[in-house]
Design a protein around this ligand. Structure first.
Ligand code: ADP
Length: 456
């Protein structure tokens, strides 16, 4: 199947388009390697991951270029993603050797409880196109650390990053059969038999809420464990007591990282009335300075969107907001091809019923609305089925903590526009997902507690 450069529409190369039979062969390999990998001492698994961390960093320039070419993000951001991906391997290398257990007397006496942790087993890892390296590492790292083998299925748009990652893992010493990558243009046909196969014991998915719901239903058939990192609709609250310079910089980071194509992207800005005009002007001025072009060009911040459908979707959302009374302060119209470009855009006075307030924009469009009271801001921020992350800007500590606790989300950026960190638990509530990736709990997603009751 072809892999396209979103900046030009040109074909970069082709990769294998796996058949469902080849998918099953990958699971055969993972299942066959499982027992031996689980028996491999944790220190050895850890050392392999640590080598992968180093190899990724040593090869960062080449890997970043692959990411930019097939996904579109600016090279500087791609470099950042390689570091971020490598850090997952280091973090989970450190976690692999710290699996804990327990020994305690039964409360009623007469026996003892032994508790140990075991790998859940062969795991299916489905990754999205927006952070192809980091999402691969974020799933493969804890799976290997826990002693699980895996089948990894990258997104159709970005197979090259995952193949490069697999090559690195191979070099780092991962035994044959432990990491198996399948690339396909038809993910449903390939993955459904794997999900229904009782040898698969875990599904870790990052992608849209719509696909996540289908997969959850499929997983119910074999009661398979799942981790689901799904969509977001992040609110970004700016209170009148915020440091506005910091809020504008945080807004740029939360909005423009990955050209707005992140589940953590700020989707709805709510700004308190007293500072609303000032914030809008400053944000517009900063957004207007961001160079647009292919991600390979030095200095570019606004690279191409992933494909033509993405541009069409953003165009439709902006048209709907305008029809409902939103004003355009910057941008607002797609850029002529070739390539899938949409310019940095700022909309103000966006009514809450606009489609753009209820849909993940996944593009460089900031939607501004005004609020009066803290309660109102929290209510409007929470008025969404999603709950991945929220951002809060205020210099008032009490308000910052009060609002952070009141937001219905798995994560909050309090006076910061980026929350992702391998050492922190990443994940959402409500329709944004189940489970956490990274942090101290990340490895637990690939472990089962085994309790052994011991008669005395
Ligand atoms: P996006 O809208 O960001 O492309 P998707 O949820 O469609 O998100 O894709 C995320 C990942 O899920 C990709 O790897 C894609 O190939 C995969 N995927 C999509 N549909 C299915 C399906 N029916 N079964 C398994 N994987 C799927």
């Amino acid at each position: 199947m072809p892999v396209l450069d979103p900046a030009t529409g040109q074909q970069l190369r082709t990769v294998a388009d796996a058949t469902p039979e080849e998918g099953i062969a990958a699971l055969d390999a993972a299942a066959a390697a499982q027992a031996q990998w689980a028996r491999t001492p944790a220190r050895e698994r850890s050392d392999i991951l640590m080598r992968a961390h180093r190899l990724l960093l040593d090869d960062a320039d080449r890997l970043a270029l692959i990411a930019t070419l097939e996904m579109g993000k600016p090279l500087a951001e791609a470099r950042g993603e390689i570091t971020y991906a490598a850090e997952f391997f280091r973090w989970f290398a450190e976690e692999a050797v710290r699996l804990d257990g327990g020994y305690m007397p039964a409360p009623g006496g007469g026996s003892r409880f032994l508790v140990t942790k075991q790998p859940v087993g062969p795991s299916l890892l489905i990754t999205p196109w927006n952070f192809p390296m980091a999402m691969g590492a974020r799933k493969i790292g804890p799976a290997l650390a826990a002693g699980c083998t895996c089948v990894v299925k990258p997104a159709e748009q970005t197979p090259l990053c995952t193949l490069a990652l697999a090559e690195i893992l191979n070099k780092a010493g991962v035994p044959a059969g432990v990491v198996n990558v399948v690339t396909t243009s038809d993910p449903g046909s390939l993955m459904t038999p794997l999900i229904l196969d009782p040898r698969s014991r875990k599904l870790s998915f990052t992608g849209s809420t719509a696909v996540g719901k289908i997969l959850l239903e499929q997983c119910a058939r074999t009661v398979m464990r799942t981790s689901m990192e799904l969509g977001g609709n992040a609110p970004f609250l700016v209170f009148e007591d915020a440091d506005l310079d910091a809020a504008v910089e945080g807004a740029l980071a939360a909005k423009m990282r990955n050209i707005g194509q992140a589940c953590t992207a700020a989707n709805r800005f709510f700004v308190q009335r007293l500072v609303a005009t000032d914030f809008a002007e400053r944000l517009t001025a900063r957004m207007a300075q961001l160079p647009l072009g292919p991600g390979t060009e030095p200095g570019v911040v606004v690279g191409p969107l992933i494909d033509g459908d993405a541009v069409a979707k953003v165009t439709e959302l902006v048209a709907d907001a305008r029809a409902r009374g939103a004003k355009v302060l910057l941008g607002g119209d797609p850029v002529e091809g070739p390539g899938n470009f949409y310019p940095a855009t700022v909309l103000t006075d966006v009514p809450d019923d606009a489609m753009i307030c209820h849909t993940e924009v996944f593009g460089p469009v900031a939607c501004l609305a005004t609020f009066d009271t803290e309660d109102e801001a929290v209510d409007r921020a929470n008025d969404t089925p999603y709950g991945l992350v929220g951002y809060v800007y205020t210099e008032n500590l009490r308000r910052g903590l009060r609002v952070s606790e009141a937001l219905d989300s798995g994560m909050v950026g309090l006076n910061q526009g980026v929350v992702s960190n391998p050492a922190a638990p990443f994940g959402g509530v409500k329709e944004s997902g189940l489970g956490r990736e990274g942090g101290l709990v990340g490895i637990d997603e690939f472990l089962e507690s085994k309790y052994i009751g011991v008669a005395l």
